[in-house]
Design a protein around this ligand. Structure first.
Ligand code: ADP
Length: 376
């Protein structure tokens, strides 16, 4: 039995473990805190800081190979595992580039792919000069550790610089400035890429964010075929450019005129790919396992003309009751997922719901109706 180590024990590791069980793969969860969604699914759980050498050694000895569910694992830790002969996918070298938004954008731009204009900025004075090039508004981003928009600020003019700088630079991360992209839609493409470089892309989806958190995913994205083809080519090329092995979520902007720009990529299963569990021939989690273990990739085609996924975000603070899903379970065709988090908080990702349909409108209405009835 292959023993797959995973850094992180949240919902992505949980769904990866569910797929692993079906394929006869054992997962070993290394999570900072006890009682994690994935940790509860396996007997092989290590709890503590990833930087702890004794725990890291124990983890390494229990695994045949290692992967991750979030991109914030120090690349040096991954390189250390590789140095002792343990396969790590995605590779330490990929993580080192991807976890710094500036290095990531430089790599993608160097591969000839279209990205928003961007500049490194090391001080508020730098930003004044950069704004001369990029114009206002611009988007200021922490280069490291940003997620769900926490590391970003949109600046409309010089008056916004000081407070945005103080907030984003406080975490100690250097910053990056980007031209503001007046996008018509946000798109995402999941790409599975094997150790041999063979890759498969899932259909292009549209993601709709609310307060910077993914709210709704429409699959396939309602865009012309030429734009979808361009999005898929760009995503495949971006994952190849970082030497990616495993599943990657590639986030893109579509402009009104159909032009596609790269935003960022995540070296792991992605919220925009959850719909693949019910809606595709094989899920993003199954294809991640296949890719990192070195097995053949599975087809990525959709099983229905359309699918929609709605995130179930916490609406209050407090424990999750046993009847949280009760009313939503009455909606036929709504595929409900709860991540087993014991406490809800406003905006916390607690689960998701997917619905298939003959049209996007039908799938979306079904998923939204079920999501509305959930008590979280
Ligand atoms: P995170 O890592 O927090 O997801 P992103 O860089 O993907 O950060 O940005 C989060 C959101 O902010 C994007 O989904 C998009 O809505 C918006 N955004 C990011 N970059 C730009 C940009 N250059 N122009 C306009 N909007 C942007």
């Amino acid at each position: 039995m292959t023993r797959l180590g995973i850094f992180g024990g949240g919902q992505l590791a949980q769904m990866l473990t569910q797929a692993a069980i079906s394929l006869g793969v054992e997962t070993v969860i290394f999570e900072r805190s006890p009682d994690s969604p994935a940790g509860r699914l396996t007997q092989a759980e290590i709890v503590g800081p990833w930087e702890n050498p004794a725990l890291l050694d124990m983890f390494a000895r229990r695994c045949d190979l290692v992967t991750l569910e979030n991109e914030f694992v120090d690349a040096a830790i991954l390189a250390g595992l590789e140095a002792r002969g343990l396969p790590v996918y995605p590779r330490a070298a990929t993580l080192a580039v991807v976890q710094d938004k500036l290095l990531q954008k430089e790599r993608i731009a160097a591969a000839g792919l279209r990205v928003p204009a961007f500049r490194r900025v090391d001080s508020p004075d730098d930003l004044a000069a950069v704004a001369g090039d990029l114009g206002w508004p611009l988007v200021l981003k922490a280069r490291r550790n940003g997620y769900d928009g926490y590391g970003n600020a949109t600046l409309r003019g010089p008056g916004d610089v000081r407070s945005a700088w103080d907030r984003l630079a406080r975490g100690g991360s250097p910053l990056l400035a980007e031209a503001f992209v007046p996008f018509a839609r946000e798109l995402a493409v999941m790409v599975a890429r094997g150790r041999d470089g063979a890759a498969r892309a899932y259909p292009v989806v549209e993601t709709v964010q609310r307060q910077h958190i993914c709210h709704l995913v429409r699959a396939p994205a309602p865009i012309p075929a030429a734009a979808a083809d361009e999005a898929v080519s760009l995503a495949l090329a971006a994952v190849a450019a970082v030497g990616g092995v495993g599943i990657f979520g590639v986030e893109l902007f579509a402009l009104e005129d159909g032009m596609i720009l790269f935003n960022e990529l995540a070296p792991r299963p992605h919220n925009s790919g959850h719909y693949t569990i019910e809606a595709c021939a094989a899920s993003q989690f199954e294809n991640h396992l296949r890719a990192v273990i070195g097995w053949p990739l599975a087809p990525t085609d959709m099983r229905a003309p359309a699918a929609a996924m709605v995130n179930l975000l916490g609406r209050r603070a407090g424990p999750v009751g046993p009847g949280a899903l009760r009313a939503a379970l009455d909606v036929p065709g709504a595929h409900l997922h709860l991540y087993g988090k014991r406490e809800s908080r406003v905006g916390r990702k607690m689960g998701h719901v997917t619905a298939l349909g003959a049209t996007l409108a039908e799938a979306e209405a079904l998923a939204l109706r079920a999501a509305d009835l959930v008590d979280l």
